[in-house]
Design a binder for this molecule. Sequence first.
Ligand SMILES: [Mn+2]
Length: 457
Amino acid sequence: MRYVLVCPDDFLFRLLRGAPTQGEPPLYIVEGRALRARIARRGGAAMAGSLEDPALYRRAFRNGRETALVAVPLARRERILEALRAAAPQAPLVVLKDDARALDPAVASATALPTAAIAERVIQPELERAALRARADRLRAHFAAAERLLIMMQDDPDPDAIASALALRAFLGRNKASAPIATFGGVTRPENRALVKILEIEVEEIKARAIDDYDMIAMVDVQPSFFEERFGTVDLVIDHHPEEGPVRAHFKDIRPAYGATSTIMTEYLRAAEVKITQKLATALLYGIKSDTLHLERGGTKADMEAFAFLYMLANHNALRRIERPELPNEALEVLALGISRRQLVQGVLFSHLGPIAHVDLIPQFADFFLQVEGVEWSVLSGIVGGELHISVRNVGYLRSAGEVVRAAFGDLGGAGGHRAMAKAVIRLKEWRADVGEASADAIQHGIMERFLRALKG
Ligand SMILES: [Mn+2]
């Protein structure tokens, strides 16, 4: 179906002539034969007549249900809409307007499109992008002088940090030899390890004295004051954590309103028109996802926009593998045992797995059991190296898991967490001394008793 564009002069034609059309080109309805001829000469379909005459629209509309865009002066608007309505009562109308006066509902049921929306959605972002592009150029010029650049992340860097570091390297057009990605702390947490393994990202673990080997230092998702190690003035800090103490850097871009540094980096890459590879898009998407808990926590419009942009480019199979770690084959035996031992009491599913080889299976199965119908909490436990590990999950709108776990097991060992997930680690020696027997049944029973008491308390 073709669109009908109503405007006395050539404003809409100049605004929209370059826009891609789906199917049939639009029909311009204008006033004046000369203008009609000019549009036609430039390849547009046009019709001319008085915009206040319904007869013009009867010629223009084929079935009366074509959508029309109307851009006319305020003084004539009501009469023109009346004429349109008379000729095509069912046509959806969109009225472009720069005034505050509401559309008269008696004349036409139409959608108002304020010109301010165009400024906000098209012009404003373009102005911001131009400013960011200029800053991007200055940044690149600054780093061009460095033979070796160090990109620093926090200790045990999370996906947001790793993705941001990769993005900065791509932004500066460097490789892993001229700009290594480094941390003082190694990569240890399972989801961080999964990211670097599956996307084949090399993270270097360095000692503090190694920073002298580099000409320049950039930091992403972290600030100099977050380190125990001392830094002089660094070259660049890009971060979304609030500033704690003065940041000494040639360039800094710190945006605490943002949910992730990956979002800031995505904006730089887009402003500088750097090609974002599938691997980089996947890392950045995961960085935003994990720092904002799937955009639920602290995600802003900027995060959503970056997310939507990266979503089209990312490798979703790789992402699935990172987010859902593979199960080793023998894990199925443990799962079978967990299923057979499960006890569901007042919405809480308990299962004690006994001695197990992979400690990661406990939280993984705690996640899994949370999907069972009627389960609001899952409490999974197992024994690894003389310690009892307890992982707790809930569906998210209940009491804080961290609080309940501290109340239930805090007196026996390390216990804590946040709203939806928590864990406790108790030495079996402690358990025997304070609770009693450590057979599988006794442990399951003991955990149940303590947990349910803490949940009610
Ligand atoms: Mn972050």
